[in-house]
Design a binder for this molecule. Structure first.
Ligand SMILES: O=C(O)CCC(=O)C(=O)O
Ligand SMILES: [Fe+2]
Length: 526
């Protein structure tokens, strides 16, 4: 019901001047009904008697508060209990397949019965995700017997934590020495084969592309814009591992004589002559320095399975406890990648994992994929990065857009400032982590799907290694691979357990850049 304004204020006023009949005895006086009451004359204070009505309603109010309090406490206890339950699963066929019977975690009744599927793996597992609470929040974690570590939240987008003293000095030394013993190879991020085909698959003619890029339809393209658009079209922000800066681009289009009339605008004719492989041809002729690569470092892979060095096995156990994931998922993930950056080394900003499209298959579960597809990506649910030494100067891990309000790919390059360029623009990153020996940082590369499994890629997880300006930098990556397609993950794990059952030993060798197939974890190497 609506009251006219005057009526409402009158009603309010009358409420305000209502006598207080439930007071603390002599503290309140009955207020006269008439307004105004000024000037007030000194009056005798008459103590009020508590009426039985007053004490009854007082008791009722206290009881209501008491009950609400108790209900809140119980709800909180339930919340804490279920949020700390690690990677639990129901006893069902899929439990065997996906959880592999975590050795740290008791099986527990799941609360998320997922829909069954045609391939028979009922989805009854949920992946625990740690709580960040807020930036700067510190929580104690128990990762090894008799010791607790402090874990600090560094950002919420991506969900990112830092744990000082995750490795001892001795462990850092052992990992570096094992890597040296095994031998490191040049890290070079190459454009995966198949991406070149993307432009072909687009099936667009030069004219059509030109028209799409010519936003104001004046029949001309700004040269710089045209080159950037071409890069996007050919997915060649990175060309055969080559990082293209605006200066490189200028040099390229001068070298390519892309703009013979020199007016800074591209006509359709000039655009057609340029061709989508123009950069490639030019750079092949000109040659590339290592500082112009996406990544200027050396790396190797260390197996952490049975028979490997005790330090490596201990680290894996610690990572399993930290992430609270079923041990089978951690066990079947990539081996440890150890990376060395010399002075001047860097790794431009990148995502450790690719986005998820329906056609995408994960590298680690490709054996379990039903169809072959040109879209293959590393599905690294979590990155755990260990700093194996303290770097003299530079070498921070930069997160250019951590906790940004928005993520827009176009705003990563603005006014010739490329936030992904870790040789030049680390100081403009939202967050930088200084490498300190023994510290681990870890973050989620994917969001949750809201149902306890892997969801969309978290674009805010963009990160890179800033240029090392003095000394060397040693880090190690522990990536936890989980397929966003639950069925594929389950099928893959079933395949592995079948193989293990047959005692099969596969002799896959590492790819040039990638780790060996995870099915071959029976390696007894370093
Ligand atoms: O070196 C760093 O700080 C980051 C390394 C990294 O992002 C990677 O190896 O994927
Ligand atoms: Fe990375």
């Amino acid at each position: 019901m609506r009251f006219p304004a005057g009526r409402v204020s009158a009603a309010l006023r009358s409420k305000m001047i209502e006598p207080q009949d439930c007071g603390d005895g002599d503290e309140h006086e009955a207020t006269p009904q008439t307004v105004p009451t000024l000037p007030s004359m000194p009056r005798e204070r008459v103590p009020l008697q508590k009426s039985s009505v007053c004490s009854r309603s007082y008791f009722m109010v206290v009881m209501v508060f008491f009950h609400v309090y108790i209900i809140n406490v119980i709800a909180l206890l339930f919340y804490v209990h279920y949020n700390n339950t690690p990677g639990d699963v129901l006893a069902s066929p899929s439990r065997e397949a996906v959880s592999g019977g975590s050795d740290h975690h008791k099986p527990h009744e799941s609360h998320q019965q997922q829909s069954g599927s045609e391939s028979g793996f009922q989805r009854d597992i949920y992946l625990p995700r740690l709580e960040g609470i807020r930036v700067g929040h510190v929580q104690k974690v128990s990762l090894m017997p008799g010791k607790t570590h402090e874990m600090r939240t560094l950002s919420l987008k991506p969900l990112l934590f830092e744990i000082p003293g995750f490795l001892s000095e001795e462990e850092c030394r052992v990992v570096v020495q094992l890597a040296q013993l095994k031998g490191l190879m040049e890290s070079q991020v190459m454009v995966p084969e198949g991406q070149e085909e993307l432009t072909e698959q687009l099936n667009l003619s030069s004219e059509e592309i030109f028209n799409l890029l010519d936003l104001n339809q004046d029949g001309q393209l700004q040269l710089q814009e045209a080159l950037y658009s071409l890069q996007i079209l050919t997915h060649s922000r990175v060309l055969d591992g080559i990082w293209l800066t605006p200066e490189n681009l200028r040099e390229i289009y001068v070298g390519l004589k892309a703009d013979p009339d020199g007016n800074g605008l591209l006509s359709l004719e000039e655009f057609r002559l340029l061709g989508s492989d123009a950069f490639q041809r030019f750079l092949q002729q000109r040659g590339v320095k290592s500082s112009q690569l996406v990544r200027n470092s050396r790396h190797t892979w260390l197996y952490q399975g049975q028979g490997s060095h005790q330090v490596l096995q201990d680290l894996k156990k610690r990572v399993t406890r930290l992430t609270r994931l079923p041990s089978a998922l951690v066990d079947l993930s990539e081996p440890l990648q150890v990376v060395r950056y010399g002075q001047g080394g860097h790794y431009h900003a990148h995502h450790d994992s690719g986005p998820v499209y329906p056609e995408t298959v994960c590298t680690h579960t490709r054996l379990a994929a039903n169809a072959s597809t040109p879209f293959e990506t590393s599905c690294r649910y979590i990155t755990v990065l260990f700093y194996l030494n303290s770097v003299e100067e530079g070498g921070e891990t930069a997160f250019p857009v951590a906790d940004n309000r928005t993520y827009e790919e176009v705003s990563l390059i603005q006014n010739n400032v490329d936030l992904m360029d870790t040789r030049k623009n680390c100081d403009k990153s939202n967050l930088r982590v200084k490498p300190v020996k023994g510290t681990a940082v870890f973050w989620y590369n994917y969001l949750s799907d809201g149902q306890g499994w892997v969801g969309e890629q978290d674009e805010y997880s963009l990160h890179g290694g800033c240029v090392v300006t003095r000394g060397t930098k040693w880090v190690a990556n522990n990536w936890i691979n989980i397929d966003p397609d639950y069925q594929r993950q389950a099928r893959y794990q079933q395949l592995v357990s079948l193989q293990e059952g047959e005692g099969a030993e596969d002799g896959d060798e590492p790819d040039e850049d990638g780790p060996p197939s995870q099915v071959t974890d029976a390696h007894q190497e370093l």
